[in-house]
Design a protein around this ligand. Structure first.
Ligand SMILES: [Mg+2]
Length: 461
């Protein structure tokens, strides 16, 4: 047994950036040159055993701010009893969200909220490791009453009460053992976004779309929203490549206003898009409801930028979404995502989690698998996004075969990155970035010496 005197000894942050913009991987209508990044946190304990790893995803210079925000939470965590923390991550979650001086920056939204998510997720990683279970199983095996105690019901009880949540979770436990076995056997359905990045040529799009079908995916996704003629051409090419029976979602990454979203989506209707994702601002609840009415039967999906459980509540109350795309690292971690899963279950709206980025597939698979095993009990019309990027940097990377995520078996939240990757891609002093800066300095000595105005001389594009 671990010593009960064991404490959190340190909270260390790492600014990890990958130069993905150079291949246009991840490019969409709002993010033409993303350098996929993780604001990464490691909790170490006084006994030196298991560590808790967590992170949130940003793209490039956003990490300057995000890493600082995580560091601002350090004093809440260091010195806490590890046993107490793992027995009740919700207590830390409430303390972090409730820090009155930091709460002013939100409340419960944006950089500070994502920082809370990174830290809270690291605690869940540690708790699951100490229990010797992958997080999905740790959650699925947990007492329903305890799970309810992990949810902050403030601002929710007009729609979801603790008693209703308990009932949903008790019902979800019926048959959970059989579903856990089925999950380990079959995996969880995935769809792939890899063919559809906006910066890819038609040839690459067609090749990757065909490849996705060959690999067993039954749904792909295309980025849209920059140019309608291009979108029509690309959707036609993708539909021709995959045939009529494969679901093809499209994703506008918030590019449009409400009327434009309706008109543009209708213009793509002949290619039978399955859902239109992030058609407009993630804060525009009534706008999503109007778009949903305007584009029917195309479904409306959103969630990767929905900032907290309250906005999800309203999207559901307003009948604004057909598909709820929770994100593992946008809201305040596992505790708040339990609330989001419970809200979706109450409304009967399928959750198809957002993933991709850095490590988001690794994290979010656990939440979807818990939902299947011990909450909604179904994978019907449910798929986890899959993007084939950057998994090689993780110690326990996702495994997707035959269009399905395999259930993780290693204890924890699959969040830990390899030390060599951390050493290489930590910004700006990791070996990759240091060499890159040296190369740039050698290539353009005059501009670098002068500090060319408007240029970030440390990260040449
Ligand atoms: Mg998206």
């Amino acid at each position: 047994m671990p010593a009960t005197s064991e404490r959190i000894a340190s909270l260390d942050t790492y600014d990890i950036r990958f130069p993905t913009s150079r291949e246009l991987d991840g490019s969409d209508a709002m993010n033409p040159d993303p350098d996929y990044s993780a604001a990464y946190v490691v909790l170490r304990t006084t006994e030196g055993g298991d560590e808790g790893h967590g992170f949130t995803f940003t793209i490039g210079r956003g990490n300057d701010v995000q890493v600082a925000a995580i560091g601002a939470l350090r004093d809440h965590v260091v010195g806490r009893s590890v046993a107490a923390l793992c027995a009740d991550p919700g207590s830390l979650s409430r303390d972090l969200v409730g820090d009155s001086q930091l709460r002013w920056l939100g409340p419960e939204k944006g950089v500070m909220h994502m920082a809370v998510g990174a830290v809270v997720n690291a605690v869940w990683d540690l708790a699951a490791k100490r229990a010797g279970k992958p997080l999905w199983r740790f959650l699925a095996d947990a007492d329903p009453g305890w799970l309810v105690s992990q949810v902050d019901f403030r601002y929710l009880t007009d729609t979801l009460t603790p008693d209703e949540a308990l009932e949903l979770l008790r019902r979800g436990r019926q048959g959970a053992g059989d579903r856990a076995a089925a999950l380990v056997h079959r995996g969880y359905p995935a769809y792939t976004t890899s063919p559809g990045w906006l910066g890819y040529s038609d040839e690459k799009l067609t090749r990757l779309a065909r490849q996705a079908v060959d690999e067993g995916f039954t749904q792909i996704k295309l980025k849209v929203g920059a140019d309608l003629d291009d979108d029509i051409r690309r959707c036609r090419a993708a539909r021709a490549a995959v045939g009529p029976d494969i679901r093809m979602a499209v994703d506008a990454n918030q590019r449009w206003g409400v009327e434009e979203a309706v008109a543009w989506t209708r213009a793509l209707a002949e290619f039978d898009p399955y859902w239109i994702e992030e058609p407009t601002s993630p804060d525009d609840i009534l706008g999503h409801a109007a778009i949903r009415r305007g584009v029917h039967p195309v479904r409306v999906a959103t969630g990767e930028h929905v900032q907290n459980r309250i906005v999800f509540k309203q999207l559901l109350q307003a009948g604004a979404v057909d598909v709820l795309q929770l994100d593992s690292a946008r809201v305040a971690g596992v505790n708040e995502n339990l609330a989001v899963l419970l809200l979706a279950a109450k409304f009967g709206v399928p959750v198809c989690p957002h993933a991709g980025g850095v490590g988001l597939c690794e994290l979010v698979q656990h939440l979807a698998m818990f939902d299947y095993v011990a909450l909604t009990g179904t994978t019907e019309n449910r798929v986890i996004e899959y993007v084939d990027h950057l998994h090689q940097h993780f110690l326990d990377p996702v495994v997707v075969t035959g269009g399905h995520y395999r259930a993780p078996a290693s204890p924890g939240f699959s969040a830990a990155m390899k030390q060599t990757s951390i050493d290489t891609y930590t910004y700006p002093h990791g070996t990759f970035w240091a060499a890159d800066a040296a190369r740039a300095a050698a290539a353009a000595p005059a501009a670098t010496a002068a500090g060319a105005p408007g240029q970030d001389t440390e990260v040449p594009a």
